[in-house]
Design a protein around this ligand. Sequence first.
Ligand code: PLP
Length: 382
Amino acid sequence: MDNASTTPVDPSVAEVIHNYFIKIFGNASSIHRFGREAREAVENSRQVVAKAIYAEEQEIIFTSGGTEADNLALKGIAFSDKYEGKHIITSVIEHSAILKTAKFLEKQGFEVTYLPVDREGLVSVDDVKTAIRTDTVLISVMHANNEIGTVQPLEEISKLTRANNIMLHTDAVQSIGKLNVDVNKLGIDLLSMSSHKIHGPKGAGALYIRKGTSIEPLLHGGGHEYNLRSGTENVPGIVGFAKAMELATTDLDKKASQMARLRDKIIDNVLERIDGSYLNGHRTKRLPNNANFRFDQINGEALILDLDMNGISASTGSACGSHADEPSHVLLALGLTNNEAEGSLRLTLSTETREDDVDYVLEVLPKSVIKLRALHPNLTEQ
Ligand code: PLP
C-alpha cells in the first residue's frame, strides 16, 4: 500500500537487466562488439521510452531518476535562458526535487513565484495567468501529486505557456503508468520520469526535452546523451527502465480502471465505515492508485506502525516526508492544520494490487483507528 514510494522490480524486468550486467556488459561508447551491443540496447530503450510518451527518440535524455531529471529541467532552462529572463513559476505542492532546486535558483539571482493550491490541491489556471511576467522563462507544475494524487490542468496551463513563449516542465514521476501521458496533447516542453515507481530498477529515469529546446547540462564530461548528461550510460538501468515503461503503458486503460476500482472501494468504505474520516485531495481529478485520508483524533505515525504490525505498509506522506518531523508541506498547502496533517494516511496501489489486499486493508484499518482512539482518548479534537 506504499507503491508511490517505490515498487518491486517486475520479474521480467529483472531478467532483462541481469543479462546486461554479465553478458552484454560493454561500455556503450566502445566501438568493439561489446560496446556496439550496449549502444544498440541504449538506443532501443530510448525508442521505447519515447514512444510511451508520444515523443521522438532524440528527445529523451537518460538520467539517474526523477530527482536528476527535475534538476536538469529547472537549472538547465534557467541557466540557458538567463539573459531572456530570471523569473520562474512553480507550485507550493511540488516534490522537494523541484522546491529545493527552485530555492537554489533563488540564491543564484532568479525570482520564483510559488502558486498556491485550493483545498483539493488544484493549481488555478487564473493564478498562472496572473503570475506570468515578461521575464518568465519557465513554468514547472507537476502532473500528479505524490502525496494526494491530484492531477493538474496541464493542457490549460500549456495554452498560456505557448501563447507567452515560456517553457513548460512537468514532473510526471507519479503519473507515468497511471495516466496516459502524451507530451503533445499536454503541450509539455520538458517532462521528468523515474523507473522505480513503475516496477523498474532504482537509479534510472529520463528527462524528455522537446526538440529545439536550448538547455545547459548539469554534468560535463565525455558528452554522452547528446552532450546533455555526461557519464558512462547505466546500461542495465536504462534497459530495465525501458522494459518497465513498455509493461506499464501496455493496456494502460484496463490497468488504470482496475486500480481506480480498487481505489474507489477503499475510499468509499473508509469514508462510510470510519467516523471522523475525510479524503485529502480531489475526489475525481486524482491518480487511479492514490487514496489519502485524514482521521480525527489519530496520529498518522502511530497508525502506520499499527498497520505495519498487521503486515500493511503505508505512509503518512512522501517517503522522504515520513522521516521528517515537520508535517507535510502538501497537506498544509491544502489548508489543513498541523494536527490534521499529522492525522493523515496515504495508501497507494500498483498494477499488482489485488482485491484480497484491499479487503484485508478494509478489515484492519477501521479496527486500528478504533484501537488507537481508545488508547489516546485525549488526542486533541481536530
Ligand atoms: N518527483 C516525484 C513527484 C516523486 O514522487 C519522486 C519520488 O519520490 C521524485 C520526483 C524523485 O524521483 P527519484 O526517486 O527517481 O529521484
